[in-house]
Design a protein around this ligand. Sequence first.
Ligand code: AMP
Length: 211
Amino acid sequence: MRVIMLGPPGAGKGTQAARLAEHLSVPHISTGNILRRHVEERTPLGQRAQEFMNAGKLVPDELVIEMVEDRLAQSDARRGFILDGFPRTTHQAEALERITEVDHVLNFFLEPEALIKRSVGRRVCPKCEAVYHILSNPPRAADTCDRCGAALILRKDDTREVVEERVREFEKRTTPLIQFYRDRHVLREVYADGIIDEIAHRVLRAVKSHE
Ligand code: AMP
């Protein structure tokens, strides 16, 4: 199954993408995670992407498209994938259409006030990329990853100011994709407020009801 997670920052795409990928035994491909690894390893791509990411801006299309094309060419993506955070512009969606078909585009939506709260309370594991929330999904021991024991961090772009810019970028550049995929009859709406299990249930219902 080939699935795209679409939605604003803080909607819970990453958390749900990881769960759905495990459920379907397909890779979870997060462009944000791949880019953050490039930044950390100071690759040429990471060096170019870093300033855009820290400012809450989208990384230029040509950099991201090539990166996704390479990733989808790997053998584990042949059986399907969960794309999390890509495409984010019409240009990226058109490029993806030339690479692969998709079965479902899950449009995560929730009230705008909830987005900021979700993002600033998020803590991530820099080692295994697990995602937590200080109130709604806290780790068992404070600031420590349940899975691998690494110290959790606040992402540089999860401060209120940068999140607001990321939401603006989403509204300006990513929302046109809702109509783009509706026209292709693959858009499925997922209300993204509530507890993680409940939303995971909605995600499964959305993909199952269109099999
Ligand atoms: P995310 O982890 O999905 O919230 O992405 C974090 C940041 O990585 C975004 O704010 C962008 O700067 C960059 N990024 C991730 N995916 C893309 C994409 N498809 N196009 C452009 N920039 C992206």
